[in-house]
Ligand binder design. Structure first.
Ligand code: PMP
Length: 340
């Protein structure tokens, strides 16, 4: 077959571009490249691990033809699973939280998935939480498979097998730093482990958010629920420790505020022309907080996990930003556009 002709959409997952960032990092001493994962068919990096987890489950006999895929997902993993389910002939049921944007839920439904929206501000052990709803569905539905991206190690394996090698090849082995927003831990641990095996000097920095216990866990080994409170950032940070974590793959955790992530996401879109989601803003905001650690010859790779289209009702909505006091209104035109 000629290049770039495929048998189905799943074959287009991966081999994403590495794009140099220019303006939003202009004052940093080194080169910064973004691994732009929005070009995956589901518009996020999670297509990679969704397909990998399904392939491993099929191999291990955990799901049979015509079965039902069940997952607690904030959207991106669900999207990847929904695509894989369509091509491979499975049903999907997703439990998600009321914090997620309506667009994300509607996109999943458009791909034939059933979506159950659960409350955000309940403990993970609460029967109403999306973790518990997903677990319960598995016991009730015959021939169903609960994916559990948090503890399913095929998640990090996807990044060890794909994302890591792609970055190594695209930078011709010159990468010195990897910066990744951390949620389930799959992306940072899988990619970080591969790169550190290639060159143990590569620094792997995780971006966390206020309200998540990951940074404190990394620094103290403790799971301190005192760190946990609701937050606005989407897609990363956790209130428990997923099994995909391996502290040996990570060197540092940096927290970024909800505001700084949102403001930077808008800047990346406006100044680089790369329309990305919330966590991409947080990654660049976090990298900028660490700029004193960088030197001239460093080659930084950041991951841009997902596409901005999923945030048009939030980060890319001026009123939403104004309501939180996050939009600088310093000209009359901004005022008219923002408040009008
Ligand atoms: N950013 C976004 C937008 C995500 O959807 C996710 C996955 N929840 C992450 C960052 C974090 O990636 P991971 O779960 O692999 O740690």
């Amino acid at each position: 077959m000629p290049a770039r002709v495929y048998d189905n959409i799943l074959q287009t997952i991966g081999n994403t571009p590495l794009v140099r960032l220019n303006r939003v990092v202009a004052d940093l001493p080194c080169k910064v490249y973004a691994k732009v994962e929005t070009t995956n068919p589901g518009n996020s990096i999670k297509d990679r691990m969704a397909l990998k987890m399904l392939e491993v489950a099929e191999k291990e006999g955990k799901i049979k033809p015509g079965g039902t895929i069940i997952e607690g997902t904030s959207g991106n993993t669900g999207m990847g699973l929904a695509l894989a389910a369509i091509v491979k002939g499975y049903k999907c049921i997703f439990a998600t939280t009321d914090k997620q944007s309506k667009e994300k839920v509607d996109i999943l439904k458009a791909h034939g998935a059933e979506v159950i929206v659960c409350p955000t501000n309940v403990e993970p052990e609460d029967p109403r939480s999306y973790y518990q709803v997903a677990r319960r569905l598995q016991t009730e539905i015959p021939n169903s498979w609960y994916v559990n991206q948090y503890d399913n190690l095929a998640n990090r394996l996807a990044h060890y097998e794909q994302t890591g090698p792609e970055i190594w090849e695209q930078t011709e082995g010159k990468v010195t730093h990897l910066v990744v927003a951390a949620g389930t831990g799959g992306t940072i641990v899988g990619t970080g482990k591969y790169l550190k095996e290639k060159n143990p000097n590569i620094q792997v920095w995780a971006i966390d958010t206020y309200g998540s216990l990951l940074k404190k866990w990394f620094e103290t080994g403790e799971l301190d629920m005192g760190e946990v409170h609701p937050y606005i950032s989407e897609g990363f940070g956790e209130d428990f420790l997923p099994e995909n974590y391996d502290r040996n793959a990570i060197d540092h955790f940096e927290k970024v505020t909800d505001k700084d992530g949102a403001v930077m996401a808008r800047r990346i879109t406006k100044e680089e022309g790369i329309f990305i989601g919330y966590s991409a803003g947080s990654v660049i905001a976090g990298l900028r907080q660490l700029k004193d650690r960088l030197k001239k010859d460093d080659v930084v790779v950041v991951i841009f996990h997902d596409h901005g289209s999923r945030y048009i009702g939030k980060v890319y909505n001026d009123e939403w930003m104004l309501d939180r006091g996050w939009l600088e209104v310093d000209t009359v035109r901004d005022l008219i556009n923002g408040l009008g």
